[in-house]
Design a protein around this ligand. Structure first.
Ligand code: CP
Length: 304
């Protein structure tokens, strides 16, 4: 398939190939000349219908490092505001000879929908609370880099699981690679379908942290929140926030991750986010190499 719409469409070998390709590109982007000419004949449009810092810039940089031509589209400054539909918008952009579309959209399934209606390779850069496949890939890649392997590791995803595309994509990616996965958060922020995914569920943060090798701290997504779901921010921080005193009281040193953006002092304190146990900025750095790998592998199918 010529798209990356979700981790649920990948297998273990796909992830391995992406990581081996990303290893190569990580070495490339650490050279004095960070660019390769691989995609000189490819044009990529980055369509963002929802705000982003890391994903948007990381895709753009990945594309430029591969020498692709890049178009950036932000719905808030576009004719979407005049009522143009998603399919019309994308078909107009594709008529300018664009080969690949990277899309972030607030609606779950937007990437799958688009892939059925337009003739281009689609990469899902986050669709509502559904999937964020490249985030999960860069997260697993960063665990592999820090701990040597993902297989056999215990990973807890903490916080607002209900509204999180990062959680779902991470669960799929980690399980494919043989990690054990737990989710931990307030009962109101754990989705009912979680029982079907074969993950452990824990409501005590201390127990979850004592169990795991890696804790992936999620942002509380206030913008997607119905007030009835949520304990007060103070209650949330008391029960599910990670701080240095809590980490120091555990039996072992665990690795701390966060997809960003961070609510400092809510789900994670600064002395944890900026500590040696945190690989948050490694995740961001690895995002460029992982996205280069995904784009390169999809583009090589377009060229065939
Ligand atoms: N991790 C992530 O998706 O961040 P952005 O929303 O800033 O892209």
């Amino acid at each position: 398939v010529n798209h990356l719409l979700g981790i649920k469409y990948l297998n273990k070998q796909d992830i391995q190939l992406i990581f081996e390709t990303a290893d190569h590109f990580k070495e490339v982007i650490n050279r004095p000349i960070k660019k390769v000419p691989s995609l000189r004949d490819i044009t990529i449009a980055n369509l963002f219908f929802e705000n982003s810092t890391r994903t948007k810039l990381s895709f753009e940089l990945a594309e430029k490092r591969l020498s692709a031509d890049v178009l950036n589209f932000s719905s808030s400054q576009s004719s979407v505001k005049k009522g143009e539909t998603l399919i019309d918008t994308v078909n107009n952009i594709l008529s300018m000879k664009v080969d690949m579309v990277v899309m972030r959209h607030p609606n779950p399934g937007a990437g799958v929908f688009l892939s059925k209606h337009v003739d281009a390779s689609i990469i899902n850069a986050g669709d509502g609370a559904h999937e964020h496949p490249t985030q999960a890939l860069l997260d697993s890649y960063s665990i592999r880099e820090r701990l040597g392997d993902v297989k056999g590791k215990r990973v807890v995803i903490v916080g607002d699981i209900l509204h999180s595309r990062v959680a779902l994509s991470n669960i799929f990616a980690l399980q494919l690679q043989g990690a054990q996965v737990m989710v931990c958060g307030p009962k109101t922020l754990i989705p009912k379908y979680i029982d079907k995914l074969g993950v452990k569920v824990e409501t005590s943060l201390r127990k979850a942290l004592n169990w795991c090798d890696v804790a992936n701290m999620l942002r509380v997504q206030n913008e997607r929140m119905d007030i009835s779901y949520f304990p007060s921010t103070r209650e949330y921080t008391q029960q599910f926030g990670v701080n240095k005193a809590l980490l120091d009281s555990l039996d072992k040193e665990i690795t701390i991750m966060h997809p960003g953006p961070i609510n400092r002092g809510v789900e994670i304190t600064s002395d944890v986010a900026d500590s040696k146990q945190s690989i948050i900025l490694d995740q961001v750095q690895n995002g460029v190499a992982v996205r280069m790998a995904v784009i390169y592998l999809l583009a090589s199918k377009i060229k065939q």
